[in-house]
Design a protein. Structure first.
Length: 313
């Protein structure tokens, strides 16, 4: 796909996301538009599974840009995130120079610390010129790293550059489109947030989640889709260790389709809860009488809604 220009307004941003089958509300589209327009990183915070990472993927796809992804984890350092030297090749080069009796140590040092021995990791890759245009840089789950790594990111997020002691400053000719996500397992330092446009990605309303499900799992019967969304919405009002995200809603719908279901039943809910809930304590709390109670409530609610709609029509 050829590179496209950035959206000109909020409506164009909504249309762009729609092309990538991402159902966003206007507030989220506004945040994305402003971050792109102002050239600032977009910091997306929210519970796991609400669609934060998907935004970067969709922007990469619809804008025709490469996606450079840095998956964060505890202990992430510069060598894994930015660059490291190819020590094996450097040692081989030194031994070859010695064998050839090339004794100019300064020349050898300058040669082995040149770009051809540099292993470029995601953050450095994102600063390089790209024929497709500046890439989408996804820094995923920043909350999994530690504070020293956050401090290192400040130079990149402020000036879109990194300093390599042996080479000097590497600066992006055109800044990448930066998306940072956090599941808020810990607070991210204010210095990072000040450099970004911030947006909290919440669980969707029932109407928007139904639209998402119809977009992502179009083969699902409308009755089944409505029941799935209503059931999940009820679960999010319960005190569970991990509430199901939109990703789990889609997974559950896919699983039920594989079981040839056109409507929810108490037995099928009990047997497939593992696609929706990921902790045994949560499954045990919902399975059985609680699931049957929720199912009865939503079926009555959906039936009443249809009766009211028919009367209004």
């Amino acid at each position: 796909m050829s590179q496209r220009s950035l959206p000109a307004d909020i409506d164009a941003t909504l249309a762009l996301l729609g092309e990538g089958r991402y159902v966003a509300d206007r507030a989220l589209a506004t945040a994305i538009f402003l971050a792109l327009k102002l050239g600032r990183p977009l910091f997306l915070e929210g519970e796991a599974g609400v669609g934060k990472t998907e935004i970067a993927k969709v922007l990469s796809q619809t804008l025709g840009r490469d996606l450079v992804r840095l998956q964060c984890y505890e202990g992430l350092d510069v060598a894994a995130a930015v660059y490291e030297w190819n020590y094996a090749r450097q040692m081989l080069e030194i031994r070859l120079a010695e064998a050839a009796h090339e004794g100019d140590k300064n020349k050898i040092a300058a040669d082995i610390f040149s770009e051809r021995f540099l292993i470029k990791r995601p953050l450095l890759q994102a600063l390089e010129p790209n024929p497709k245009g500046p890439p989408v840089l996804l820094i995923d789950e920043l909350d999994r790293t530690d504070e020293p790594f956050e401090a290192f990111l400040l130079e990149i997020l402020s000036d879109f550059q990194v300093t390599i002691p042996e080479i000097g400053v590497v600066k992006a000719a055109e800044p990448p489109l930066v998306i940072i996500t956090s599941n808020r397992t810990r607070e991210i330092h204010d210095a990072i947030k000040r450099r970004c446009f911030y947006y909290w990605v919440d669980y969707p309303s029932a109407a928007r989640e139904l639209e998402i499900l119809r977009t992502k799992v179009p083969a699902a019967e409308r009755d089944l889709a409505e029941e799935i969304v209503a059931f999940v919405q009820r679960l999010r009002a319960r005190e569970l260790f991990k509430l199901p995200g939109v990703a789990e809603t889609i997974d559950w719908a896919d699983a039920l389709l594989q079981l040839n279901q056109t409507s929810l039943s108490a037995e099928m809910v009990d047997n497939s809860l593992g696609a929706l809930l990921k902790y045994q304590d949560d499954i045990a709390k919902i399975r059985g009488s609680e699931a049957a109670k929720i199912l009865d409530e939503i079926k009555l609610e959906i039936a009443a809604g249809r009766v009211q709609a028919a009367r209004q029509a």
